[in-house]
Write a protein that binds this ligand. Structure first.
Ligand code: FAD
Ligand code: NAP
Ligand code: SF4
Length: 671
């Protein structure tokens, strides 16, 4: 039986999900460190054990100039084959299948030796590529084939040829980046020769039983990208050239449309795969923002694709498919699409991980082994830090009581999930709720525990995860009724006026601005998203980009900061630009170098570089950072009772949920 047949559509239903879910390619930076292949093998094997049908590795270059960065992973020699063998053996031992992605970055590589069809610098790179000559092109095609041969020698079940996201192959295909006048440029037929010959020659060299996935850019989302007719032409040519499967690629890295961030609705791009469905006969794979089995089933049941690809969801939970197959999908630790520990790490050349699962790519370092010494443990505060600690300690066999002052679990994540586009953060609360019940954590809601009570209970360990206190303003008029806290605003405790100033432009200031400017609509959320970001759903423009048409802002908002420079510099590397673009679309006034003078009935008096002005706003929302909550810790100390601080209670400066959960899980793993 050929792999084409093995991977063709099966019956719907949980039990078939294994065969219809692909773990998409993610660069983890593991292959670039000492002992990284051993760590990568353990990481992939854990996902294979979790029943994912087919894994695709992170991108591996077919030659040095195609590397992501200088000395990044490539497969060009027999010595390198030995390293990859460690991965394939581990995956096969778990009954899994694994393909290696061949990625030539072209003008996106971060090193001086980059090449491209034309010498055009990418707007997101400071290196300029050299234009490839005929010999370069012929050699590069051979390098792809050789790389695939070496991949087979290393035990891979197939390869994915990366033809999307604006990398080398995509650069040949699109007029935007291919200005050549020879046989590799000009007409569309000429421009697609590069990928077609790669697939054709790879198939000829590898025979029919080797999986060849081609990742095809179905939406370039950049000016001068491919038209729909061209996408169809390419897909047919790739099928004829011998690909087994076509995976969907959405958006070049330089596109100004978010494609995987949390504010992108689930399955927002499945429609484009569906559009291609009737044009080819090999199976198609849908991608992007498919993060739950239910969403995967919807995509499949709607006939959008034959398989779905999930990438980050397997960082968040290696057992996603297994849990779905066993009807335990409420136990899945859902990827909230924050990018904070995965993509942001990748682009900073750090080892990837996951905000909600710090074990991801750190499986050898963080282990949750059953304890030989069960203890009675009190955890105070059920925010991300407290929930994560209680969960891991209880699953290891400790007896855990979790105190929470409010009426619900979640801490500040209850505020985060109120932000339009951050609803996914509610999934983390749901996950912990289910897991805390499963491991019999004694949850005491509406219980603001005191030092005396903790002392009297004689716990063997006390973990304080009682969070932060929002920083107060210290200026004349700070007690004016116009001044409100972000938590009151986000809990709808006050009716905010039409003109608002936000003091502080950190993560929470940005989120509050999004909340206050958001105009709800009655239309489908995917339609709204595509319109607001200028994605041409009708596909009448090349690249499917059109003018963004955001809904008008609900309020006039000023987002203020004392420091100089542009807004958003402290936000996530891969998401900061999205938050900023969204607020720019809504006409938010972003003022830097602001000195706050006073607040009175006229509004907020400020000074910017010697120029005074009054912002005649109805409300001033304080988002000026946070201080650790230490009252309880100090009271325990006074009783002579030891306690450990985690999360915001430990250190509020630059504290985010990634650090809070990581700290909680590593401490609970060692307790
Ligand atoms: P908290 O979440 O503050 O939880 C502390 C808990 O302790 C609270 O539930 C409190 O009620 C309880 N408590 C306090 N005293 C007691 C007591 N004596 N007895 C019992 N219970 C007590 N972070 C990110 O990484 N990414 C984001 O995108 C992000 N977005 C955010 C958006 C908003 C609007 C906000 C407000 C925060 C956001 N954060 C984000 C920050 C993130 O939520 C915090 O870093 C994280 O919640 C800190 O976790 P924690 O458990 O330390 O504290
Ligand atoms: P923050 O990011 O530290 O921002 C607080 C802002 O308030 C600072 O940028 C500072 O800017 C200003 N400020 C500080 N002291 C002030 C004072 N005394 N008076 C006036 N302004 C003052 O903190 P946050 O916004 O409260 O967020 C808390 C944590 O949650 C952060 O660690 C953040 O990473 C995390 N979070 C992350 C996201 C995300 O999308 N990743 C979203 C929300 C929150 P100036 O000094 O320039 O004025
Ligand atoms: Fe998903 Fe965030 Fe984890 Fe990345 S860090 S896998 S986006 S939850």
């Amino acid at each position: 039986m050929t792999y084409k047949k093995m991977l063709s559509p099966l019956d719907l239903g949980w039990t078939s999900l294994k065969n219809r879910v692909l773990m998409g390619s993610m660069h983890t930076n593991l292959e670039e460190i000492d002992g990284g292949f051993q760590r990568a093998a353990i990481y992939y094997a854990e996902r294979a054990r979790g029943q994912v049908g087919l894994i695709v590795t992170g991108g591996i270059a077919p030659n040095p100039e195609g590397c992501v960065a200088a000395h990044a992973a490539k497969l060009t020699t027999h010595e390198e084959v030995t390293q990859h063998r460690i991965i394939t053996d581990a995956v096969h031992a778990e009954g899994g299948k694994i393909c290696m992605q061949i990625l030539h970055t072209g003008r996106y590589g971060y090193h001086p030796k980059i090449v491209a069809p034309s010498a055009l610098q990418a707007p997101i790179n400071f290196f300029k590529p050299r234009e490839m000559d005929e010999a370069d092109i012929q050699r590069t095609i051979k390098d792809y084939v050789q790389c695939a041969l070496l991949a087979r020698e290393a035990g891979y079940d197939g390869v994915e040829i990366m033809g999307s996201e604006g990398y080398l192959i995509n650069q040949f295909i699109a007029l935007r980046t291919n200005h050549r006048t020879d046989a590799w440029g000009g007409t569309y037929e000429n421009r697609i020769q590069f990928p077609v010959q790669i697939v054709q020659k790879t198939r000829e060299a590898l025979g029919e039983h080797f999986i060849i996935i081609y990742r095809l850019s179905m939406l370039d989302l950049v000016e001068n990208g491919s038209s729909w007719e061209e996408v169809v032409t390419l897909a047919k040519a790739i099928e004829n050239a011998g690909a087994s499967l076509i995976n969907t690629g959405i958006g070049w890295h330089e596109a100004r449309v978010p494609t995987i961030a949390t504010m992108v609705p689930r399955k927002a791009f499945a429609w484009v795969t569906k559009k291609l469905k009737s044009e080819v006969s090999i199976p198609l794979i849908a991608v992007n923002r498919i993060n739950t089995p239910e969403t995967a089933e919807e995509v499949l049941a709607d006939g959008c694709a034959d398989m779905v690809s999930m990438a980050r969801p397997f960082l968040a939970d290696p057992d996603l498919v297994l849990k779905a197959m066993e009807n335990r999908s409420n136990e899945i630790n859902t990827c909230i699409a924050c990018n904070q520990a995965c993509l942001d790490h990748t682009f900073q050349l750090k080892i990837s991980s996951c905000l909600v699962n710090p074990r991801a790519c750190h499986e050898t370092e963080i282990q949750y082994k059953p304890t030989e010494n069960p203890k009675r443990i009190a955890v105070v505060g059920a925010g991300p830090a407290g929930m994560a600690y209680a969960h891991i300690a209880a699953l290891r066999g400790h007896h855990v009581t979790l105190y929470e002052a409010s009426d619900k679990l979640g801490g500040q994540f209850n505020l985060a999930k109120a932000i339009p586009g951050k609803e996914e953060y509610g999934e983390t609360i749901r996950y912990y709720q289910v897991m805390l019940a499963k491991y019999h954590v004694n949850i005491r809601l509406n219980h603001r525990v005191t030092a005396e009570e903790l002392k009297n209970e004689n716990y063997q360990e006390i973990i304080l995860a009682n969070g932060i206190i929002p920083r107060k303003l210290n200026l004349p008029g700070a007690d004016n009724s116009k001044v409100v806290s972000y938590s009151d605003v986000l809990q709808n405790k006050i009716t905010v006026g039409k003109k608002v100033a936000i003091i502080g432009a950190g993560g929470i200031g940005f989120d509050v601005a999004e909340y206050l400017t958001h105009q709800p609509t009655s239309e489908n959320e995917i339609t709204t998203f595509l319109r607001e970001w200028g994605v041409d759903h009708e596909y009448t423009h090349p690249g499917a980009v059109t003018t963004p048409a955001p809904a008008p802002s609900l309020r006039e908002v000023y987002l203020l900061k004392r420091s100089g420079g542009k807004h958003g510099a402290t936000l996530g590397k891969t998401t900061g630009w999205i938050h900023k673009a969204s607020l720019t679309h809504k006409g938010v006034h972003m003022l830097s170098d602001v000195e706050y003078i006073k607040i009175d009935e006229q509004g907020l008096h400020i000074d910017i570089k010697g120029s005074s002005q009054i912002l005649d706003v109805d409300h001033i929302v304080v988002c000026a950072g946070q201080e650790p909550s230490r009252e309880l810790y100090d009271a325990l100390l006074a009783f002579g009772v030891a306690a450990q601080l985690i999360g915001g209670a430990h250190e509020a400066a630059e504290l985010d949920a990634k650090r809070a959960i990581h700290q909680a899980c590593t401490l609970a793993a060692e307790m």
